[in-house]
Design a protein around this ligand. Sequence first.
Ligand SMILES: [Zn+2]
Length: 210
Amino acid sequence: MEMTGKKPVVERATSEVRRRIIDGQYAHGDFLREEPLVKQLGVSRHTLRTALDRLVAEGFLVRDANKGVRVPVGNAAAIFDLQRARIALEIEATWGLTSTALTGACEVPIAELRALEALGGNAVAHATVCGQIHCAMVRSSRSPRLIRAHALLSNELLVAKIPLLACGPVGCGDAGSHASLVSLEGKNLARALREHLERERNAILLLRSH
Ligand SMILES: [Zn+2]
């Protein structure tokens, strides 16, 4: 295995390209060219392709047959569709869970969000931690397929929000609103979760239209 420092080189290349995507260095729909990336990252073509495959699997990039990989398109239709899929998945994943189980599962990321708010943390960190709260909710379902599908949607949505992060936090809510969300269960939770995610979607779409 190629190693640089402690991290395997594939992991290092993956996190570097992921960081560039999150930093907004590539425009939506942009194809990533292999040649310059191989030079910039100082890795083999094989390593780069493995890293890009990982990012496709994570939802940070999409592959177009014969054309290569590109940053997913973050237009209004895509955001609307992503959020519809998240609503369906999150409601199904949390159905039947008790508020005690959900509160316990989300305790750590909610505390992290509260700490970020106190520090006035940056917008990317805010959006990322919001995503982690929802991932923790879905992980409570213990369904590997729901968890995987949800992680993919969450990452794609994060990429779609990147151009807006400069305008301020575009997370789905503050620590308090998440704490009250996970204190619900059954139909009340399903209804509140739908409203929570629809509100986020509307806020993103509103910012995009400016
Ligand atoms: Zn949220």
